[in-house]
Design a protein. Structure first.
Length: 363
């Protein structure tokens, strides 16, 4: 009989996690006053339209440089003026991508607006969109706050705003078993330099900065703009690598459940167990891939009890109506929850090796 199809689908997602994680998709909004068309898909430099301005072509090239690999693709959407942001955001909300870059967002004074839009998409629409923005203290995991520029191989000094495409390319070219911390910008000759104490302060403030180590320019630490921890949302949301892993799991579980489970099974206890088994198989494969330290999924008993309390505090067990307080945990687990499935998962995310303390003792 083999493994149920829903389990296979989840395992397949986990098996390709590493391949998919290092090939992110960039959405780039560019201003072009005389655009022939509004949308392009860029896989390599040969796809860059010669009709674009030199500055816009260069921004795409910066993004394509990537890191371990180049981004999977860059979706380019052209705007004729900064008044078109609202319509542009309506369009990009219908597309599948990972990181948004707008090389003129600071000049157009739209950075905070984009940060707010990203927050809305993540909290209300359950999208996993993120944006790389210049000098934008978004205080959220979905915004990367780039505050440093650098000098490229041609001697051109780039502002933080002009650097965002390069940073997005690095992130989208980094697999989940690595972080962008200390990722080098091979073409860079120099960068905005900060003192060591200033570097620490910047990182703690959720700023992604560049540093010069005496030989090369590299990212100081791969941080998001999130700094204000709250109950249920701690330090893990400060790391780009860990947020990438969380977002990937959310996307994988939602997409696979929608494609392989929802509407295809009756909502019985046995089929809930089928879904739980499939998700746990997915987690275990991510453990083997080095993305998770551990992971487990189970029925959320607290949510299950709240559901039955909202239904009058009673449920049917073997044809007999019982009060909720008289039911065993197993009876509550097996209770009929209509079309709803209440699950919870506990996972341990593996971070990259970034901080080394080495004490050398001389005998």
């Amino acid at each position: 009989m083999g493994v149920p199809k829903v389990t296979v689908a989840f395992i397949e997602q986990a098996l390709t996690a590493m391949q998919r994680s290092d090939r992110g998709i960039i959405m780039m909004l560019l201003k072009e006053s005389a655009a022939e068309r509004t949308d392009y898909t860029i896989y390599d430099v040969s796809d860059i339209p010669e009709t674009l301005t030199e500055q816009n072509q260069q921004q795409i090239k910066y993004a394509l440089m990537g890191y371990q690999t180049s981004p999977k693709k860059i979706l380019v959407h052209l705007m004729k003026a900064d008044t078109e942001y609202t319509e542009a955001l309506k369009y990009v909300a219908t597309q599948k991508w990972n990181y948004l870059v707008i090389p003129t967002v600071e000049t157009d004074e739209k950075a905070q607006e984009i940060a707010s839009w990203i927050k809305t998409q993540r909290t209300q629409q359950h999208k996993t969109y993120k944006a790389v923005l210049p000098n934008c203290a978004g205080d959220q995991e979905g915004v990367i706050n780039v505050t440093c520029g650098y000098t490229d191989g041609d001697g051109k000094k780039l502002t933080a705003e002009q650097t965002c495409a390069r940073i997005a390319g690095i992130i989208c070219g980094t697999p989940l078993n690595m972080s962008v911390t200390y990722a080098p910008l091979s073409e860079a000759q120099d960068c905005d330099r900060l003192e060591p104490t200033e570097q620490d302060e910047a990182v703690d403030a959720g700023k992604l900065i560049l540093v010069w180590d005496g030989e090369k320019v590299k990212i100081c630490r791969g941080v998001t703009s999130f700094v204000t921890t709250v109950d249920g949302k701690g330090d893990s949301f400060k790391k780009i690598k860990l947020v990438e892993a969380m977002d990937m799991m959310q996307d994988d579980i939602r997409t696979t459940a929608q494609d392989s489970y929802i509407g295809k099974y009756v909502n019985s206890y046995d089929n809930k167990c089928l879904l739980i088994t499939a998700i746990n198989a997915y987690f275990q494969q991510l453990v083997r891939e080095g993305v998770l330290g551990s992971g487990s999924c189970q029925i959320d008993m607290e949510a299950q009890r709240l559901y039955f309390k909202g239904k009058g505090g009673k449920l049917v067990v073997n044809g007999e109506t019982k009060n909720l307080e008289d039911c065993t945990d197993q009876e509550i687990k097996e209770g009929n929850t209509g079309s709803k499935v209440f699950l919870k998962a506990d996972v341990s995310l593996l971070d990259a090796l970034e901080d080394i303390d080495l004490n050398i003792y001389i005998g």
